[in-house]
Design a protein around this ligand. Structure first.
Ligand code: SF4
Length: 341
């Protein structure tokens, strides 16, 4: 199969041009064609010589891949499925919300992290996505021109695939790439401290950390990562990092029935987040097969939010979207995998 150009950064495109004996500026021209215009073949790169187009098409493909399946929720949320180079299913969610339109991209197929509440974790790890496969989830959905925000909250732990995630962020935000503001992009992590520091140094995108409980023992049960990179260590790095005026750190908190919504959770959250300018997003847990965890009542979540706000922690509730189409991370691809087997 010819190598895809989509997903290469400017240095790589320049190196390819040089290797093919093309003028130095050809790399920049190619990046503009693949990231800023809508073309379906090399023949449409009209400011390149005929020879350049022929050389490129003899060795490379453009590399865009259409989704293979889509399901639409009654609330307008769509779940797209792509097949990666390995033939495994990649899930991408499109979430329209008044003036915002967000795409939620995956960074891996499956995941190694084994969080108790997550269907993707239950699939096990099947592979990292390349920068091109991450970017393609943005560029190849029909709504891509309408998108206002990108979140790395789909399948996988983005910081466990740091190199390709950073490369995709470079292409999203560079003037020669999609030229998007990093303030429109949020990368979510369960808190892999060394990779998180590298991400903070090498990108301007917002950071979201999956917290889920402030207590060590409880977090260990929910998220095995706590044994290696304890939340306390993650928070101490966050506390000393200068986020500037516009960069945001937020915390994701899935609320489980009778597990992590007590008064002691409120007090401990308030204690450990002291001195960090942040926001907590509460997410209602939606049951998945094979876990004892249950979903709380709406009233409990509202109450928890009010108590956190009363403690001075800005807290919001993330609306549940697309429940009728299995929109929670990992559910649709698992269903698809089961049907395939
Ligand atoms: S919640 Fe995220 S990090 Fe944890 S298993 Fe699922 S995909 Fe992996």
């Amino acid at each position: 199969m010819p190598e895809p150009l989509f997903g290469k950064n400017l240095d790589e495109l320049k190196a390819i041009s040089k290797e093919l004996g093309l003028p130095a500026f050809t790399g920049k021209q190619i990046s503009e064609w693949i990231y800023q215009k809508e073309i379906s073949g090399f023949e449409e790169m009209t400011n390149l010589s005929k020879k350049a187009r022929e050389l490129l098409s003899s060795r490379y493909s453009l590399g865009l891949q259409e989704p293979v399946d889509v399901q639409e929720s009654v609330d307008g949320t769509k779940k797209y499925l792509f097949t990666g180079t390995s033939g495994k299913f990649i899930e991408t969610a499109f979430i329209p919300d008044r003036e915002r339109a967000t795409v939620c991209v995956s960074s891996q197929v499956g995941c190694k992290m084994g969080c108790l509440f997550c269907m993707t974790g239950k699939q096990g790890f099947q592979g990292n996505l390349s920068a091109g496969e991450i970017l393609n989830q943005y560029r190849s959905i029909p709504e891509w021109r309408k998108l206002t925000n990108i979140v790395y909250m789909g399948m996988g732990e983005p910081l466990d695939n740091l190199g390709e995630v950073l490369k995709s962020l470079e292409i999203f935000t560079s003037p020669w790439g999609f030229a998007l503001s990093p303030r429109r992009i949020t990368v979510s992590t369960i808190g892999i401290t060394p990779a998180m520091l590298q991400f903070l140094e090498n990108s301007e995108a917002h950071l979201a950390i999956s917290l889920h409980t402030p207590f060590d023992e409880e977090r260990r049960k929910l998220m095995p990562v706590q044994q290696v990179y304890p939340l306390q260590e993650v928070l101490s790095e966050i506390r000393s990092w200068d986020f500037g005026r516009q960069r945001r750190v937020s915390f994701e908190y899935i609320v489980f029935k009778e597990l992590n919504d007590s008064a002691s959770h409120v007090n401990e959250l308030s204690r450990i987040l002291q001195g960090i300018k942040c926001r907590i997003n509460l997410i209602r847990f939606h049951p998945i097969p094979g876990t004892p965890l249950e979903s709380p009542d709406e009233k409990i979540i509202l109450d928890f939010k009010d108590r956190l706000n009363a403690k001075g922690i800005t807290t919001t509730i993330r609306a549940s979207r697309g429940q009728d189409i299995w929109a929670a991370c990992g559910l649709l691809s698992t269903k698809k995998l089961m049907n395939k087997e």
